[in-house]
Write a protein that binds this ligand. Sequence first.
Ligand SMILES: O=c1ccn([C@H]2C[C@H](O)[C@@H](COP(=O)(O)OP(=O)(O)OP(=O)(O)O)O2)c(=O)[nH]1
Ligand SMILES: [Mg+2]
Length: 150
Amino acid sequence: MQLQYKVLNPKLGSEFPLPAYATTGSAGLDLRAMVEQRLQIEPGQTVLIPTGLAIHIADPGYAGLVLPRSGLGHKHGIVLGNLVGLIDSDYQGELMVSCWNRGHATFALEPGERLAQLVIVPVMQVTLEQVEEFEASHRGSGGFGHSGRQ
Ligand SMILES: O=c1ccn([C@H]2C[C@H](O)[C@@H](COP(=O)(O)OP(=O)(O)OP(=O)(O)O)O2)c(=O)[nH]1
Ligand SMILES: [Mg+2]
């Protein structure tokens, strides 16, 4: 699938690489923090970071997910303030990353640093049908551990 993107910050493609899959099997495109200078993010702080990039997925059968990078999340506690970002197929604005320092140490975010990743996934827009009763299923309304732990 072809994905149209716009470069909103000219440092992307000159000082810093354009988005690309790091390996042939990569699922995510790394998103870079297009901040002017190093940014100290204090423990507990959440900052909205521009990526310098806009995409237009266009096809409502797809969406974008902004996900944390595992290394930053596990080692430094740098995750997303919205936990997961959802990019609508009709969104054309700048991709933004809500950067949450859930760790215990100040994190120095460097300009151009790969901060999060974008995954394009198929989604289904459903047609809604309101009913009074569902056809009975084996599970019924049991949930939240209903089937035990083992
Ligand atoms: O991490 C994110 C999450 C969202 N967005 C953009 C793309 C998305 O299509 C739009 C709206 O996101 P969402 O629907 O999750 O937020 P909302 O709070 O419901 O805002 P809106 O009222 O604009 O839908 O914001 C980002 O750039 N980064
Ligand atoms: Mg919304």
